[in-house]
Ligand binder design. Sequence first.
Ligand SMILES: Nc1ncnc2c1ncn2[C@@H]1O[C@H](COP(=O)(O)OP(=O)(O)OP(=O)(O)O)[C@@H](O)[C@H]1O
Length: 296
Amino acid sequence: MSENKQDGDGGRIRPTVVVHKVSMRYHVPSTEAHQAVPGGGVGGLARKLLGRTPLVPVDALKTLSLVAQHGESIGIVGRNGSGKSTLMRLISGQSNPTRGAVYASSIPVMLGVNAALVPELSGDHNIILGCLAMGLTRAEIDDKFESIVDLSGLEKAIHLPMRSYSSGMSSRLRFAIAASVDPEILLIDEALNTGDAQFRERSKERMNELRAKAGSVFLVSHSLGTIKEMCTRTLWLDQGDLVMDGDPALVTAAYLEYTRQLTKGNFDTAATLREEARSTLVVTEVETQGSGRRKA
Ligand SMILES: Nc1ncnc2c1ncn2[C@@H]1O[C@H](COP(=O)(O)OP(=O)(O)OP(=O)(O)O)[C@@H](O)[C@H]1O
């Protein structure tokens, strides 16, 4: 577990997000009945009597703490099912943790105005819709409209229905809309992966601008190149564990070597690499200020 020291005195560290001893356990129906929670409590008995599939626990995230600071752009890497999206949902407030708490200095914005966008509408109409959904006024939208179109790089396609866009074009539009609200905390899950080199350059610039405005960016990506290019810090998650937290070049190199060894079937070597990486985690202290000073 990595816990970074938060020292409110002296302004040395300015946290935007504090993830405090958070864990997340889902209960999902499984046809593999023998895996079900033994006993299963009243709920388990009720499911049995009703002939429903038993539930099994899935530990999407094991106890994890971290502090994100102003100006950081934090990449999150890990194999499928390692808990990356779960962590993002907890930080954004879309899910509540089973244990622990997440504190944020302002409301995090998840790059996912998807739900608000309508495929039948043109890109420009979707910009208005997406911005309204994020709480911008019409005057603010008018102000930002041109820069959103520029950032999306969609040019004439902005007048075409979104259903005619490639997935990369849709991602660019979503990124441009979400990044337009200047959120202090911006969460991006995979959305940049489909963009081309030119878009990556523009989105990198925009992320740098956001960070320069003293915000934090969290970026989940399977593209290690994107992570190295765009992030100042990287977390490696594996099977719900935080394995490594540090310099993007070091973390991505360690993660890549780990997956290489797994692919070759060298499970012992991979396990050793994982342990070595975990041993680099720094355990420190989280202190919060205010009434009833709390120590973790
Ligand atoms: N809503 C849910 N209900 C039940 N289990 C879930 C739910 N969401 C995620 N899980 C489980 O939690 C674990 C972590 O999933 P998560 O989506 O966070 O992984 P991920 O690292 O984002 O994976 P990927 O790279 O494939 O997107 C997985 O075992 C997944 O099956």
